[in-house]
Design a protein around this ligand. Structure first.
Ligand SMILES: [Zn+2]
Ligand SMILES: [Zn+2]
Length: 282
Protein backbone atom coordinates (compact mmCIF):
# COMPACT_ATOMS: atom_id res chain seq x y z
CA UNK A 1 0.00 0.00 0.00
CA UNK A 2 1.31 3.44 -0.87
CA UNK A 3 1.38 5.82 2.05
CA UNK A 4 -1.52 8.27 2.29
CA UNK A 5 -0.60 11.85 1.64
CA UNK A 6 -2.60 14.99 2.49
CA UNK A 7 -5.33 15.77 -0.03
CA UNK A 8 -5.18 12.25 -1.35
CA UNK A 9 -8.56 10.95 -0.21
CA UNK A 10 -11.16 9.67 -2.63
CA UNK A 11 -14.25 11.64 -3.52
CA UNK A 12 -17.16 10.06 -1.65
CA UNK A 13 -18.70 8.27 -4.61
CA UNK A 14 -20.80 5.29 -3.62
CA UNK A 15 -19.84 1.89 -4.95
CA UNK A 16 -22.91 1.52 -7.17
CA UNK A 17 -22.21 4.81 -8.91
CA UNK A 18 -18.54 3.92 -9.35
CA UNK A 19 -19.39 0.55 -10.88
CA UNK A 20 -22.03 2.19 -13.05
CA UNK A 21 -19.53 4.62 -14.52
CA UNK A 22 -17.01 1.84 -15.15
CA UNK A 23 -19.65 -0.12 -17.07
CA UNK A 24 -20.69 2.94 -19.02
CA UNK A 25 -17.11 3.78 -20.04
CA UNK A 26 -16.47 0.21 -21.19
CA UNK A 27 -19.72 0.08 -23.18
CA UNK A 28 -18.95 3.47 -24.73
CA UNK A 29 -15.51 2.26 -25.81
CA UNK A 30 -16.78 -0.89 -27.45
CA UNK A 31 -19.63 0.94 -29.20
CA UNK A 32 -17.38 3.72 -30.51
CA UNK A 33 -14.91 1.22 -31.94
CA UNK A 34 -17.67 -0.58 -33.87
CA UNK A 35 -19.83 2.36 -34.99
CA UNK A 36 -17.52 3.71 -37.77
CA UNK A 37 -17.97 0.38 -39.61
CA UNK A 38 -21.54 1.47 -40.41
CA UNK A 39 -20.03 4.05 -42.79
CA UNK A 40 -20.02 1.17 -45.30
CA UNK A 41 -23.75 1.90 -45.63
CA UNK A 42 -23.66 5.71 -45.44
CA UNK A 43 -20.62 6.33 -47.63
CA UNK A 44 -17.83 8.80 -46.83
CA UNK A 45 -17.44 12.26 -48.36
CA UNK A 46 -14.26 14.37 -48.36
CA UNK A 47 -16.06 16.96 -46.21
CA UNK A 48 -16.55 14.32 -43.52
CA UNK A 49 -12.87 13.30 -43.69
CA UNK A 50 -11.86 16.96 -43.24
CA UNK A 51 -14.28 17.22 -40.30
CA UNK A 52 -12.62 14.13 -38.75
CA UNK A 53 -9.16 15.71 -39.14
CA UNK A 54 -10.20 19.14 -37.84
CA UNK A 55 -11.97 17.67 -34.80
CA UNK A 56 -8.88 15.53 -34.15
CA UNK A 57 -6.53 18.52 -34.09
CA UNK A 58 -8.84 20.89 -32.19
CA UNK A 59 -9.70 18.33 -29.53
CA UNK A 60 -6.11 17.18 -29.23
CA UNK A 61 -5.11 20.76 -28.56
CA UNK A 62 -7.72 20.71 -25.78
CA UNK A 63 -6.15 17.54 -24.37
CA UNK A 64 -2.53 18.73 -24.51
CA UNK A 65 -2.84 22.48 -23.88
CA UNK A 66 -5.87 22.05 -21.59
CA UNK A 67 -6.08 18.79 -19.63
CA UNK A 68 -2.32 18.29 -19.55
CA UNK A 69 -0.21 21.44 -19.70
CA UNK A 70 -2.71 23.82 -18.07
CA UNK A 71 -5.02 21.95 -15.70
CA UNK A 72 -2.61 19.20 -14.61
CA UNK A 73 0.66 21.11 -14.56
CA UNK A 74 -0.18 24.86 -14.59
CA UNK A 75 2.68 25.58 -16.99
CA UNK A 76 1.15 28.91 -18.07
CA UNK A 77 -1.57 31.33 -17.03
CA UNK A 78 -4.73 32.47 -18.76
CA UNK A 79 -8.06 34.21 -18.17
CA UNK A 80 -11.04 32.53 -16.55
CA UNK A 81 -12.88 32.64 -19.88
CA UNK A 82 -10.09 30.91 -21.82
CA UNK A 83 -9.69 28.45 -18.95
CA UNK A 84 -13.35 27.50 -19.50
CA UNK A 85 -12.80 27.21 -23.26
CA UNK A 86 -9.80 24.92 -22.68
CA UNK A 87 -11.84 22.69 -20.38
CA UNK A 88 -14.67 22.57 -22.95
CA UNK A 89 -12.30 21.70 -25.84
CA UNK A 90 -10.60 19.03 -23.71
CA UNK A 91 -13.88 17.41 -22.64
CA UNK A 92 -15.06 17.31 -26.27
CA UNK A 93 -12.57 14.41 -26.52
CA UNK A 94 -14.72 12.27 -24.18
CA UNK A 95 -11.94 11.62 -21.68
CA UNK A 96 -14.12 12.43 -18.68
CA UNK A 97 -14.15 15.53 -16.51
CA UNK A 98 -11.36 18.05 -16.26
CA UNK A 99 -10.93 17.55 -12.49
CA UNK A 100 -10.91 13.77 -12.94
CA UNK A 101 -8.27 13.96 -15.70
CA UNK A 102 -5.96 16.39 -13.89
CA UNK A 103 -6.32 14.52 -10.61
CA UNK A 104 -5.37 11.18 -12.13
CA UNK A 105 -2.55 12.72 -14.09
CA UNK A 106 -1.03 14.44 -11.05
CA UNK A 107 -1.26 11.06 -9.37
CA UNK A 108 0.65 9.51 -12.30
CA UNK A 109 3.54 11.93 -11.77
CA UNK A 110 3.52 11.36 -8.02
CA UNK A 111 4.45 7.70 -8.46
CA UNK A 112 5.17 6.96 -12.14
CA UNK A 113 5.84 3.29 -12.81
CA UNK A 114 5.50 2.38 -9.14
CA UNK A 115 2.74 0.24 -7.63
CA UNK A 116 0.56 3.31 -7.11
CA UNK A 117 0.63 4.27 -10.83
CA UNK A 118 -2.76 3.23 -12.18
CA UNK A 119 -1.56 3.15 -15.81
CA UNK A 120 2.02 1.93 -15.72
CA UNK A 121 2.81 -0.52 -18.56
CA UNK A 122 5.84 -1.63 -16.56
CA UNK A 123 3.77 -2.63 -13.53
CA UNK A 124 0.42 -3.57 -15.06
CA UNK A 125 1.04 -4.51 -18.68
CA UNK A 126 0.52 -2.73 -22.00
CA UNK A 127 -3.27 -3.00 -22.43
CA UNK A 128 -4.08 -1.96 -18.90
CA UNK A 129 -1.79 1.08 -19.24
CA UNK A 130 -3.20 1.86 -22.67
CA UNK A 131 -6.93 1.69 -21.95
CA UNK A 132 -8.45 -0.91 -19.65
CA UNK A 133 -7.44 1.12 -16.57
CA UNK A 134 -10.18 3.54 -17.58
CA UNK A 135 -12.85 1.15 -16.37
CA UNK A 136 -10.95 -0.21 -13.40
CA UNK A 137 -12.87 0.60 -10.19
CA UNK A 138 -10.05 2.79 -8.84
CA UNK A 139 -10.26 5.00 -11.93
CA UNK A 140 -13.84 5.99 -11.28
CA UNK A 141 -13.27 8.22 -8.27
CA UNK A 142 -10.66 10.91 -8.67
CA UNK A 143 -8.34 11.70 -5.82
CA UNK A 144 -8.61 15.24 -4.50
CA UNK A 145 -5.34 16.56 -5.82
CA UNK A 146 -7.10 19.38 -7.60
CA UNK A 147 -8.35 21.81 -4.97
CA UNK A 148 -6.78 24.67 -6.94
CA UNK A 149 -9.16 23.80 -9.81
CA UNK A 150 -12.28 22.73 -7.91
CA UNK A 151 -12.75 26.21 -6.42
CA UNK A 152 -14.16 27.28 -9.81
CA UNK A 153 -17.89 26.41 -9.98
CA UNK A 154 -17.85 26.31 -13.79
CA UNK A 155 -15.08 23.67 -13.73
CA UNK A 156 -16.98 21.64 -11.14
CA UNK A 157 -20.02 21.84 -13.43
CA UNK A 158 -18.06 20.71 -16.49
CA UNK A 159 -16.44 17.93 -14.48
CA UNK A 160 -19.80 16.62 -13.29
CA UNK A 161 -21.53 16.97 -16.66
CA UNK A 162 -18.54 15.97 -18.78
CA UNK A 163 -20.74 14.45 -21.47
CA UNK A 164 -22.24 17.85 -22.37
CA UNK A 165 -19.36 19.18 -24.58
CA UNK A 166 -19.08 15.96 -26.66
CA UNK A 167 -22.87 15.62 -26.97
CA UNK A 168 -23.19 19.20 -28.25
CA UNK A 169 -20.37 18.52 -30.74
CA UNK A 170 -21.90 15.21 -31.82
CA UNK A 171 -25.31 16.77 -32.48
CA UNK A 172 -23.78 19.72 -34.36
CA UNK A 173 -21.69 17.43 -36.59
CA UNK A 174 -24.69 15.19 -37.32
CA UNK A 175 -26.92 18.15 -38.20
CA UNK A 176 -24.30 19.61 -40.57
CA UNK A 177 -22.87 16.43 -42.17
CA UNK A 178 -25.54 13.77 -41.64
CA UNK A 179 -24.99 10.18 -40.48
CA UNK A 180 -21.55 9.78 -42.08
CA UNK A 181 -20.55 12.99 -40.27
CA UNK A 182 -21.55 11.34 -37.01
CA UNK A 183 -19.74 8.05 -37.79
CA UNK A 184 -16.52 9.40 -39.29
CA UNK A 185 -16.40 13.11 -38.40
CA UNK A 186 -17.18 12.55 -34.75
CA UNK A 187 -16.95 8.89 -33.66
CA UNK A 188 -13.88 7.78 -35.66
CA UNK A 189 -12.12 11.03 -34.81
CA UNK A 190 -12.88 10.41 -31.11
CA UNK A 191 -11.42 6.89 -31.25
CA UNK A 192 -8.26 8.24 -32.93
CA UNK A 193 -7.88 10.95 -30.26
CA UNK A 194 -8.31 8.33 -27.55
CA UNK A 195 -5.62 5.99 -28.85
CA UNK A 196 -3.16 8.80 -29.53
CA UNK A 197 -3.68 10.10 -25.99
CA UNK A 198 -3.36 6.63 -24.48
CA UNK A 199 -0.18 5.93 -26.45
CA UNK A 200 1.59 8.45 -24.21
CA UNK A 201 0.73 6.34 -21.16
CA UNK A 202 1.61 3.05 -22.84
CA UNK A 203 4.17 3.37 -25.70
CA UNK A 204 5.92 6.46 -24.28
CA UNK A 205 6.72 4.49 -21.12
CA UNK A 206 8.08 1.57 -23.17
CA UNK A 207 9.64 2.58 -26.50
CA UNK A 208 12.01 5.44 -27.30
CA UNK A 209 15.12 7.10 -25.95
CA UNK A 210 15.86 8.36 -22.46
CA UNK A 211 17.76 11.64 -22.33
CA UNK A 212 17.23 11.97 -18.59
CA UNK A 213 17.72 9.26 -16.02
CA UNK A 214 14.30 9.66 -14.38
CA UNK A 215 12.95 7.31 -11.69
CA UNK A 216 10.25 6.10 -14.11
CA UNK A 217 10.46 4.45 -17.55
CA UNK A 218 9.36 7.50 -19.59
CA UNK A 219 10.73 7.78 -23.15
CA UNK A 220 11.13 10.35 -25.90
CA UNK A 221 9.32 8.99 -28.95
CA UNK A 222 9.25 11.03 -32.19
CA UNK A 223 6.29 9.15 -33.70
CA UNK A 224 4.10 9.72 -30.67
CA UNK A 225 5.17 13.39 -30.64
CA UNK A 226 3.99 13.58 -34.25
CA UNK A 227 0.47 12.25 -33.61
CA UNK A 228 -0.02 14.03 -30.26
CA UNK A 229 0.97 17.61 -31.13
CA UNK A 230 4.23 17.26 -29.18
CA UNK A 231 3.40 15.01 -26.22
CA UNK A 232 5.83 12.29 -27.27
CA UNK A 233 8.85 13.96 -25.67
CA UNK A 234 7.68 12.25 -22.53
CA UNK A 235 11.06 11.66 -20.89
CA UNK A 236 11.72 15.41 -21.15
CA UNK A 237 8.31 15.97 -19.59
CA UNK A 238 8.84 13.59 -16.68
CA UNK A 239 12.21 15.18 -15.99
CA UNK A 240 10.80 18.71 -15.91
CA UNK A 241 6.99 18.63 -15.80
CA UNK A 242 6.60 22.34 -15.03
CA UNK A 243 7.67 23.33 -18.54
CA UNK A 244 5.09 24.51 -21.08
CA UNK A 245 7.29 23.08 -23.85
CA UNK A 246 8.03 19.38 -24.00
CA UNK A 247 10.38 19.45 -26.97
CA UNK A 248 13.62 20.76 -25.50
CA UNK A 249 15.69 20.84 -28.71
CA UNK A 250 14.84 22.90 -31.80
CA UNK A 251 14.17 19.70 -33.76
CA UNK A 252 11.85 18.22 -31.12
CA UNK A 253 8.65 19.50 -32.75
CA UNK A 254 6.01 20.53 -30.25
CA UNK A 255 2.95 21.94 -32.02
CA UNK A 256 1.10 22.60 -28.76
CA UNK A 257 3.92 24.82 -27.57
CA UNK A 258 4.07 26.68 -30.90
CA UNK A 259 0.34 27.46 -30.71
CA UNK A 260 0.59 28.55 -27.07
CA UNK A 261 3.53 30.79 -27.99
CA UNK A 262 1.43 32.49 -30.69
CA UNK A 263 -1.49 32.84 -28.24
CA UNK A 264 0.89 34.51 -25.78
CA UNK A 265 1.81 37.12 -28.40
CA UNK A 266 -1.83 38.21 -28.58
CA UNK A 267 -2.35 38.09 -24.81
CA UNK A 268 -4.66 35.05 -24.59
CA UNK A 269 -2.14 33.17 -22.39
CA UNK A 270 0.85 34.45 -20.43
CA UNK A 271 3.65 33.52 -18.01
CA UNK A 272 4.72 30.49 -20.07
CA UNK A 273 7.17 28.51 -17.91
CA UNK A 274 10.36 27.26 -19.54
CA UNK A 275 12.99 24.88 -18.20
CA UNK A 276 16.31 26.31 -17.02
CA UNK A 277 19.10 26.55 -19.63
CA UNK A 278 21.12 23.65 -18.23
CA UNK A 279 18.16 21.32 -18.78
CA UNK A 280 17.49 22.58 -22.30
CA UNK A 281 21.12 22.02 -23.27
CA UNK A 282 21.44 18.60 -21.58
ZN1 LIG B 1 4.07 9.43 -18.01
ZN1 LIG C 1 2.27 15.28 -17.20
Amino acid sequence: MAQAIPGDEYRPDDTARTTGWARFIRAMFITFHLLPLLAIFTGVTWQVVVCCAVLYVVRFFGVTAGYHRYFSHKTYKTSRVFQFILAWLAEMSMQRGVLWWASHHRDHHAGSDTDRDIHSPVKRGFWHAHMTWLWAPEASSPRSRVRDLSRYPELRFLDRYWLVPPLVTMIAVTVVFGWSGLLIGFVLSTVLVWHATFSVNSFAHMFGSRRFDTADQSRNNWLIALITLGEGWHNNHHHYMNSVRQGFKWWEYDVTWYVLKVLSWVGVVWDLKNPPKHILSA
